[in-house]
Design a protein around this ligand. Structure first.
Ligand code: B4P
Length: 188
């Protein structure tokens, strides 16, 4: 099983590229953001619990995320591969992911980051606010999301570099050009 982590700051294009990668290689795309938003829109107990955290651009608790991921792995144990989009986002999540994969006889295969400068990230998310009206795409909340990224998520670069699993692809350009560079790096 190929376990790919698509990494990067909010707005880097992880969601956009993860869908294409999953389709090309026949892997399961897992977006923790999409899973959480679905819970919120269905008004489930979990959704009610995480709504205010997400609207503020903060990170949902590690325990909840790890529980969600464990159930995803169990449910889709027979797939050829996973594209993880938005997970892990903290060092604790990364360590728990390693443990969870080990329990299933698996490991992280590769981590590919999309590298995009901060002005471009903010522009993309503000544009998405106009197109899709996502609650967490306001200027104030975007700032919080970037702070969360720098504080909690960026340290994972060292974690995966030490494991020799980390690669970067420049994430500015056309979606197709970026996709083709990603495919070259992934090369399963
Ligand atoms: P996510 O849904 O993961 O939000 P995101 O980081 O903004 O990534 P997203 O996939 O949406 O954006 P993308 O870069 O594809 O998370 C939302 C919230 O959920 C978090 O703030 C947190 O509260 C919670 N959460 C999720 N996972 C969690 C975890 N593991 N732990 C704790 N909390 C968690 O795309 C952005 C925009 O750019 C799009 O509009 C796209 O169309 C555009 N775009 C893409 N490629 C482009 C290109 N090449 N050129 C121009 N625009 C492009």
């Amino acid at each position: 099983m190929f376990n790919l982590i698509l990494f990067g700051p909010p707005g880097a294009g992880k969601g956009t590229q993860a869908v294409k990668i999953a389709e090309k290689f026949g892997w399961k795309h897992v977006s923790t953001g999409d899973i959480l938003r679905a819970e919120v829109s269905q008004g489930t107990p979990l959704g009610l619990k995480v709504k205010s955290v997400m609207d503020a651009g903060l990170l949902v608790s590690d325990d909840l995320l790890i529980e969600i991921m464990e159930s995803v792995f169990v449910k889709h144990a027979a797939v050829k591969g996973f594209v993880l989009d938005g997970f892990p986002r903290t060092l604790n999540q990364a360590q728990e992911l390693d443990k969870m994969l080990l329990k299933h006889g698996q490991e992280v295969s590769l981590v590919v980051a999309l590298e995009v400068d901060e002005d471009e990230l903010v522009n993309r998310l503000l544009k998405r606010a106009q197109d899709q009206g996502r609650k967490d795409d306001t200027a104030e909340v975007i700032k919080n999301r970037l702070v969360q990224y720098h504080h909690h998520t960026k340290p994972l670069i060292d974690y995966y570099t030490d494991k020799k699993l980390y690669r970067e692809v420049y994430g500015v350009g056309t979606v197709e050009d970026i996709f083709s560079q990603l495919c070259t790096v992934i090369n399963p």
